[in-house]
Design a binder for this molecule. Structure first.
Ligand SMILES: *Cc1c(COP(=O)(O)O)cnc(C)c1O
Length: 409
């Protein structure tokens, strides 16, 4: 495995935070973690909160829910997802999970068998590696291509796949790259998966969070060609990651994956899962139905604005470059040119010194599989983002060879 499975994003961010020099008395700005709720411009909408409060006060939802989730919740999610599909999902296709994280865990556990391997993107989301390590599933990385909109290197997928490959993971809209794949590219991915007779695990936790050229197309659109396991949650689109409401969905209208044996295994697996609180599950039908379009439009507007700020500011920092304008999700990757810096050895060193000197947290690219890149979360208050990147700029100026040359002149 070429990414560190012993370091999680939360782990490395903790170390970076502890490295901050308190004496500097600079306000800490974290662009490291994907939790937008740290910023007041990313608050959820009233109807979402009110529904949960009403459910709680009704005292009707203090008991256990069925392990696969409340029937009305499964039905609401099946209808929500079917709106963007050429066929209708059944409530039985939907299993309620504790966030998308647990949906990932379910997917990998269900597919685990001796010698199995799963293809995951690089850069990617380290939870996949971590889950696979616990389940003794081998991980094989295919590259996302920075100069091609972070599209999947399909030739690499062909080369990596063998008879023990069970699935390919596609994160769209993408974390950490901010990619939103075109219909055509998703179709090619589906064709490749079909050719190799493997499943697609579609991580759509950022579903509909697309603010660029390409509209969001769910992988399930190709579910008749290749079985898709669709993973999602309320966390990102509704800005409630702490509520732990997610879903695992068999988007498989032809029943390639959904045979009796797999469905029974899934149901049994859910007996040991323990999903989200019943009163939160019960709120889902109204949340999906009553959230006003303006709430989504507003979030997308802010993300568009903040991603533009990032691009603009990065252009002013010579050691950073961004090959691809983000089109969705909440983070982007910037390439770090350490050869312009006189005393920085790599991305980890850069992020540590930046935290210490400027109280700004960026995530070292190595934690998502790319050395000498950094991940910047742009789901932040515009003013904080500007200030943070201005500090990165002065950090660059202090550490660059350029400055020395200028002084000598
Ligand atoms: C945030 C995130 C998750 C986890 O979602 P939760 O609902 O908070 O568990 C999964 N996959 C990706 C790519 C994410 O960015």
């Amino acid at each position: 495995m070429d990414t560190p499975t012993n370091v999680t994003i939360k782990g490395i961010l903790g170390i970076l935070m502890s490295n901050i020099d308190e004496e500097k008395k600079k306000r800490v700005i974290s662009l490291g973690m994907g939790d937008p709720t740290a910023y007041s411009c990313f608050t959820t909408t009233h109807v979402v909160q009110d529904t949960v409060v009403e459910n709680l006060e009704s005292q009707k939802f203090n008991g256990y829910a069925p392990t696969v989730g409340l029937p009305q919740t499964r039905k609401a999610i099946s209808e929500y997802l079917s709106m963007n599909l050429p066929y209708q999902l059944s409530p039985d296709d939907v299993y309620i999970t504790a966030g998308c994280t647990q949906a990932i865990e379910v997917a990998i556990s269900i597919l685990a068998k001796p010698n199995a391997n799963i293809l995951v993107p690089k850069p990617g989301f380290p939870i996949y590696e971590l889950c696979a390590a616990f389940r003794n599933v081998e991980i094989r990385h295919f590259d996302l291509l920075p100069d091609k909109g972070w599209e999947v290197d399909l030739e690499a997928v062909d080369a990596l796949t063998d008879e023990n490959t069970v699935a390919i993971v596609i994160i769209n809209p993408g974390n950490p790259c901010g990619n939103v794949y075109s219909y055509q590219h998703l179709k090619k991915i589906a064709e490749t998966a079909k050719k190799h007779k493997i499943l697609v695990i579609a991580d759509e936790v950022y579903g509909h969070l697309a603010f660029g050229e390409n509209p969001f197309v769910p992988m399930g659109v190709f579910g008749s060609m290749v079985p898709v396991l669709t993973l999602g949650s309320l966390s990102k689109r509704w800005l409630v990651p702490g509520w732990r409401l997610g879903w695992f969905v068999t988007t498989d209208p032809n029943g390639f994956f959904k045979n009796t044996k797999n469905v029974q295994r899934l149901k049994k697996y859910f007996d040991i899962c323990g999903g989200p609180a019943t009163f939160i599950q019960a709120a889902v039908p109204r949340i999906l139905e009553d959230t006003k379009e303006v709430f989504f439009t507003r979030t997308l507007g802010i993300l568009k604005q903040t991603s533009d700020i990032c691009l603009k500011k990065i252009k002013e920092i010579p050691c950073l470059s961004c090959p691809q304008k983000p089109q969705g999700a909440m983070a982007m990757m910037a390439k770090l040119n350490v050869s312009l810096l006189k005393d920085i050895s790599d991305d980890i060193d850069f992020c540590f010194k930046l935290a210490k000197e400027e109280s700004v947290i960026l995530l070292p690219g190595l934690t998502v599989g790319l050395k000498d890149w950094v991940r910047i979360t742009f789901a932040a208050e515009p003013s904080s983002l500007e200030e943070a990147l201005d500090r990165v700029k002065s950090f660059y100026q202090r550490h660059s060879y350029q400055q020395k040359v200028q002084i000598d002149l």
